[in-house]
Design a protein around this ligand. Structure first.
Ligand code: SAM
Length: 365
């Protein structure tokens, strides 16, 4: 009996020690783990708040009670309470007494009054990517973009399907613009294009990028090269610009149509879409089209050569596999450099930039 009691006590002690050890090991990571496991719920909480434009209201009003928010958002008390609980626990809102206010992060990124807001990016994730990402497991097994079935149409990539879906295409281009305005400003601020006379921005979207570039470089002429529906949006965008005589667009498919004559071919957030073979074919085509001294430049988020991050690369890559094309991902610096070398570029320069971005510039001798 005495032996049994001793053994039981030893087991209890071991059990207690293991529990303490486990708690120490997961300390600091448990919260991140909950945010991952509940990611779909927390994302929908933010997406609903953006659709209700709650963050802009709190930005403008400087704070509001639950009762005021129910009235403003036109929702019942209990749903409002559930929404506010999600937003305060994830530290997007702050509750002091009865008053809710935006935390800084929400004021900067989610209030539509902020120049850095990414509310349209949240809407892109919600209306275009969210349902598609449910198919990630199937995409891994089949190595194709099975999530595309969530977008009506017959084309085999997202961009071509969007051409038949004006509302979704608008959502997509607004999101790209919000991403581009911030990311592409980094490009304009850090990359020297002073010697370039004309530049073609392949897959240049609604032209926000080239607009920033001609603003920075006073002699540069810059053109978007994209599908007809997207070029139309770019032209509308250029019409109001003070630099409109140095802006323009070419309708084309980069895989089928020749590149217009130019000394610089830019691919912004573009090589992440395609397979390495397709990217190599684009670089070879650019090399052939460029004059001596001409440049091909890629600019996007880069994966570490050690293949362990950063977060931006791990967030973007499943989207390209599951939805966009089924072929792309955020490749590493060394993979891109190798493509430039294989395409024949003599001088290949890498430049690390903020926001996990980077660019690689290849010059033709
Ligand atoms: C991810 S967005 C990038 C937009 C912009 N470059 C930026 O940095 O935000 C991809 C763009 O490539 C365009 N695109 C897709 N396939 C294309 C193709 N085969 N030829 C030309 N443009 C294409 C899409 O219409 C879209 O505007």
């Amino acid at each position: 009996m005495h032996g049994l009691a001793k053994r039981t006590s030893q087991k209890l002690k071991m059990f207690w020690q293991l529990n303490v050890l486990e708690k120490i090991l997961i300390r600091g990571t448990a919260e991140r783990f909950y945010l991952i496991i509940g990611g779909h719920i927390y994302f929908q909480t933010v997406a609903a708040a953006v659709q209700l434009d709650l963050f802009t209201f709190l930005h403008d009003s400087g704070g509001a009670t639950k009762e005021q928010l129910c009235k403003q958002l036109n929702i019942a008390e209990q749903p409002c309470r559930i929404l506010l609980l999600g937003l305060t626990s994830t530290k997007l809102l702050c509750k002091k007494g009865d008053v809710y206010t935006n935390r800084h992060v929400a004021n900067i990124f989610l209030s539509r009054k902020s120049p850095k807001n990414i509310a349209d990016v949240v809407m892109w994730q919600h209306f275009i990517n969210y349902k598609a990402m449910y198919h990630f497991h199937a995409a891994l097994l089949q190595n194709k973009n099975v999530g595309l079935d969530e977008i009506p149409g017959a084309a085999n990539n997202l961009y071509e399907r969007l051409q038949q879906q004006p509302e979704l295409e608008k959502t997509f281009q607004s999101a790209m613009q919000q991403i581009s305005v911030q990311a592409n400003q980094i490009f304009a601020d850090n990359v020297d294009l002073a010697d370039i006379v004309t530049l073609i921005d392949v897959g240049g979207g609604n032209g926000s990028n080239v607009k920033q570039l001609v603003q920075k470089f006073p002699t540069l002429k810059a053109y978007v090269f994209d599908s007809a529906t997207v070029c139309q949006k770019a032209e509308e965008n250029f019409a109001a610009s003070e630099h409109k005589e140095r802006l323009g667009s070419f309708v084309g498919d980069c895989f089928k149509d020749p590149f217009p004559q130019t000394e610089c071919i830019l691919f912004c957030h573009f090589f992440t879409i395609w397979s390495k073979e397709e990217n190599l074919s684009l670089l070879k085509k650019a090399y052939a089209a460029l004059p001596s001294g001409g440049k091909a430049i890629i600019f996007n988020m880069m994966q570490n050569d050690s293949e362990d991050g950063p977060l931006g690369a791990s967030m973007g890559s499943p989207y390209f596999l599951t939805l966009a094309t089924g072929k792309g991902m955020l490749y590493s610096w060394q993979e891109y450099r190798q493509l430039f070398n294989e395409a024949g570029f003599d001088q290949v320069k890498s430049q690390k930039l903020p926001m996990q971005h980077g660019c690689i510039i290849g010059t033709k001798r």
